[in-house]
Ligand binder design. Sequence first.
Ligand code: M6R
Length: 610
Amino acid sequence: MCGIVGYIGNRDSQGILLEGLKKLEYRGYDSAGIAVFTSNGLEIKKSKGRLAVLEDKLKDDPLEGSVGIGHTRWATHGKPSDVNSHPHTDNSSKFSVVHNGIVENYLDLKDELIAKGHVFVSETDTEVISHLVADEYDGNIVEAVQRAVKRMRGAFALGVLTEYEPERLVAVRFASPLVIGVGEGENFIGSDIPAILEHTRNVYILNDGEMAVLTRGGVELMTTDGENISKEIFHVDWDLVTAEKAGFDHFMLKEIHEQPKAYRDTMLGRIADDGKSVNLKELNMSDEYIRSIRKVHIVACGTAYHAGLVGKSVIESLARIPVENDVASEYRYRSPIITPDTLVIVVSQSGETADTLAALREAQKNGARVLAITNVVGSSVAREANDVITTWAGPEIAVASTKAYTSQLIAFYLFGLHLARVLGSQEQSAVEELIEGLHALPEQVESILEQAPVLKQVAESMAHHKSLFFIGRGVDYAVAQEGSLKLKEISYIHSEAYAAGELKHGTLALIEEGVPVISLVTQEALYEKTLSNIKEVKARGAHVLAIANSGFETEVAKSVDEIFAIPKTLPILSPALAVVPLQLLSYYASLALGHDVDKPRNLAKSVTVE
Ligand code: M6R
């Protein structure tokens, strides 16, 4: 999972490549590099570390030329180092490759190339590609790339240059995202649209097994088998400014504050004006099909998986259809029982997560219909699923997912209500009450955001602890899991989320004087039980912060050290509010510890490797 860019035109390429890489740093940022045709031939500059390190290197000694490729890396094969950084080249230094993905059979290919005399300098799979292309080259770079990719297994988006043909930039997509930007007298490649949006709004979105040959004057599209293809240009009508920080210190904070808008946008046009029903007209599934669904599998990774845990409660309670949740990386390998009456829902902010995509394909192969809940129009998941509910959260840049998660919750509420309408599984009054509750959420989130200073203080006192616990019951447990992940990923504080009643079966042994426990208490039917669990940890010295629903917060306050009340809502809707203080706690804890909030160590925004 890395980011790639490329440029061919008449302008100086270095600045264009670096700007593109800045937009792509969310995909990985342990090293960066560019290759440019200069008056000396194909020159490469690369270095370990953030893009800023490369920029410094290039300041005094720029690469001047109007054709180039660039890369920002998230290490898979080989540790972050100068030599493992991209672009890679072959022994003649006449070829240069940037790559996002993994070549699974690279060791076999490497052995074969070594036997032919190739000498490798890095530990990467990508270096094998540059040698392979060089080995296949007999005067035509397009054909050489086609022959090379035929021999490769795995996932790859590639940008390839050769000094022998400086007027062509070759791009290939196979299971890793790649778009081609079409300009006037110049053309671009990028792992995503924001990387090139500053220069053009006209893009081709490549499918797997497709490639593009870019010259200054045009773009030729073909399959990797060499068959010419034509595609419609996708005109991007969204604004780059939406992808900037808009005055906030970090993207994460900006995105937390964008949640009221994301809720409204995701609901827009999907709820009838009279507030009596939800109709997701974008779904292709017929009412007859909905009536035939006997079970649902929800499959996703990380935060999206946590949204799916809430989705299970929503679908089971609104539509009375049984739901199973799976982590996408496990799904394929457990031989899930998928029948034609199984609806598989995949959830993915980026729509490019390799494990989620593989689960989608596995489900379809076994005859299931797949519904995707995704934030990226035109992403792989969106294109391959049978039905799509787009979450209109807008671009999410921070590695820690916030507004995408809550928009996924909204999508589940809407889908649950859509099912309920078709199945007649809910009283009309309950539907209307739920819709009213949904409409109230954006303002309720705004009122939580206004209390950010309180949460900042709590976070600062919590940040110096080595370990803490999140507990909850029912959907509160699902939210606890998300709160724990959020804290871990950006503050590096060890934390665990437990079903409140489960602590006493082992983990209670870890509770000692002063250990912070964050307890979610938003479910009226369960709060007395949760209070008992709070008492258990209090008795062992824990310092308890409760996130409680207004209505019973006075009662809860008596048993805890600190309390944060969220506005009153229906029990099933409470995750869409309760998670917000947890996001803010994580944000301020990370800040207090001086970490890079938007780019936590070891992580990347979009995980396109299995
Ligand atoms: O793009 P996706 O929603 O498929 O990504 C899934 C996870 O990688 C992602 O949610 C990850 O867990 C986030 N960094 C958590 O904040």
